[in-house]
Design a protein around this ligand. Structure first.
Ligand SMILES: [Zn+2]
Length: 263
């Protein structure tokens, strides 16, 4: 006994020992960043901690993606992993950290697409809907904020926007834009480079105009017409967000039916 106590006194850190039988090898001092010291074999609790910590790191790097096509896939993958991990606290953390995907354009391009992707690929695997509800309710809140009603088609030929250039050509276009009665007009006998200048300005300012440049020997002419491009784009965004909204509501109502036994 004396020898044993003497041996124990030499140990300077905490550890595990067995007084009876044989133990498997234990690796001392295994530290995982933000999880702490772990022992092997892992307990279920420690294993979950490690997975959660790993997932937080993955999310941190994925949500820095800005390119919409990659971002929507990354976000869909994050959502699918959340469903598997089934941790509501982490789901709330993730939802809070994706604020950059909740601006009107990103909500349409990234968030709505990712939610739809999750529903389409996991329809029957959304679990008890706890995690899905956290995602869906957050999405619906922002959808309501940015896409509460259908955009209104222009009632006359008035178009918003002005070109920030003071040349005579741009001045003429600026007078044409708010005019409710003119749908088109023409610059006759002009230089091609002046019409290309107008074309560039239309693109730069995202104006609802198109320009057709034609040869009018020995010079050129530019025919400028109004269109409804902004309205059509807005309608497209609204309809897509609306589609995702309806799909979410279908899932919720399906869930209520199942609960009431009306399958
Ligand atoms: Zn100009």
């Amino acid at each position: 006994m004396h020898t044993f106590v003497k041996l124990m006194k030499q140990i300077e850190s905490s550890g595990t020992f067995s007084a009876f039988g044989k133990m498997g090898p234990i690796f001392p001092g295994l530290m995982i960043q933000n999880v702490g010291e772990i022992s092997l074999p892992l307990s279920e609790h420690q294993a979950k901690d490690i997975v959660n910590q790993w997932f937080r790191e993955v999310v941190k790097s994925l949500i820095t993606i800005q390119e919409p096509n990659r971002a929507k896939h990354a976000l869909a993958e994050i959502f699918k992993m959340l469903i598997v991990i089934e941790n509501q606290q982490i789901a709330n953390e993730v939802i809070a950290s994706i604020s950059n995907y909740k601006e009107p354009t990103n909500l349409f391009l990234i968030y709505a697409s990712a939610v739809l992707n999750l529903i389409e690929s996991h329809k029957s695997q959304l679990g008890d809907l706890g995690i899905f509800k956290i995602i869906a309710h957050d999405f619906l809140q922002y959808a309501q904020e940015h896409y509460s009603s259908s955009p209104i088609a222009p009632i006359n030929l008035t178009r918003i926007g002005q070109i920030s250039c003071t040349c005579d050509f741009c001045k003429e276009v600026n007078r044409f834009l708010p005019d409710p009665d003119r749908s088109n007009f023409c610059f006759a006998k002009v230089l091609q480079r002046d019409m290309l200048h107008i074309e560039t300005k239309i693109k730069e300012h995202h104006l609802d105009l198109t320009i057709r440049i034609e040869r009018q020997s020995p010079k050129f002419k530019g025919i400028i017409s109004k269109n409804q491009h902004s309205y059509e784009q807005a309608l497209k965004r609204f309809e897509f967000v609306e589609q995702v909204r309806r799909t979410i509501e279908e899932i919720f109502s399906l869930c209520i039916e199942v609960k009431h036994g009306k399958t």
